[in-house]
Design a protein around this ligand. Structure first.
Ligand SMILES: C[S@@+](CC[C@H](N)C(=O)[O-])C[C@H]1O[C@@H](n2cnc3c(N)ncnc32)[C@H](O)[C@@H]1O
Length: 208
């Protein structure tokens, strides 16, 4: 049984390539637009932002941010996801796509004013390394947003892809331990379920 506070309990999921990955990607593409717009509102994305979408999948959230004028880099380890993201985007001048992971982001130190990761942290290989990398990529006062579906503690299989309240709280604590400030965890009703939003800010001073 998964430890109740382990936040990357699906780090070994293999469903992001091949025919299963394609079905999953098309499903995300068709159903994820509302969540993408919700993230852009929650993070107050504007034309002054430079944003990294970590685990961008087929790219809905990256496009939602780019539509608000932000410069966006969509990052995903899966070539299949990136292919679909490129096709669905055509020539949006504000977005580029790059292969990478939360643990190794293809952006310079302090490049981003916003980093977000939607329904993806539960797949990260190494949460400590990922949080250190997000902090490196963020400019001082840059914003972090993580969304995860709320799941029941007893859920199994696909129904467990998300976080229980304990897992959401555990991730918020890990953000504090990684040096983020103003960490908050909120639950938001979305359709028939709800999502956890963990938001935080990179402190202004590098030494903090
Ligand atoms: C459930 S999908 C979510 C996709 C997208 N964020 C959305 O909300 O539609 C999870 C994504 O995380 C990516 N992923 C898996 N491990 C990752 C890691 N260590 N770092 C970044 N992304 C990862 C997968 O390739 C997949 O595209």
């Amino acid at each position: 049984m998964t430890e109740p506070t382990v936040v990357n309990h699906h780090a070994d999921h293999e469903g992001f390539s091949g025919p299963i990955g394609l079905v999953a990607a098309v499903g995300m593409l068709l159903t994820g637009r509302g969540n993408a717009r919700f993230a852009a509102e929650l993070a107050s994305v504007s034309a002054t932002d430079r944003l990294v979408d970590i685990g961008c999948g087929p790219g809905n959230a990256a496009r939602a941010a780019a539509d608000r004028g932000a410069r966006v880099v969509g990052v995903d380890p899966s070539p299949l996801m990136l292919r679909l993201a490129r096709r669905a985007t055509r020539d949006h001048p504000n977005v580029s796509w790059s292969q990478g992971t939360a643990e190794a982001l293809p952006v310079p130190d302090g490049w981003a004013t916003v980093v977000w990761s939607l329904k993806t942290v539960h797949h990260w290989k190494d949460v400590t390394a990922g949080l250190a990398e997000l902090r490196r990529a963020l400019a001082p006062a840059g914003r972090l947003l993580v969304l995860e579906r709320r799941v029941r503690p007893a859920a199994t299989g696909l129904a467990s892809h998300g976080w229980t309240e304990q897992q959401a709280e555990s991730f918020a604590s890990r953000c504090r331990a990684a040096g983020f400030g103003d960490v908050r965890r909120d639950e938001h009703r979305r359709g028939r379920g709800s999502v956890w939003a963990v938001q935080a800010v990179r402190p202004e001073h590098a030494a903090q």
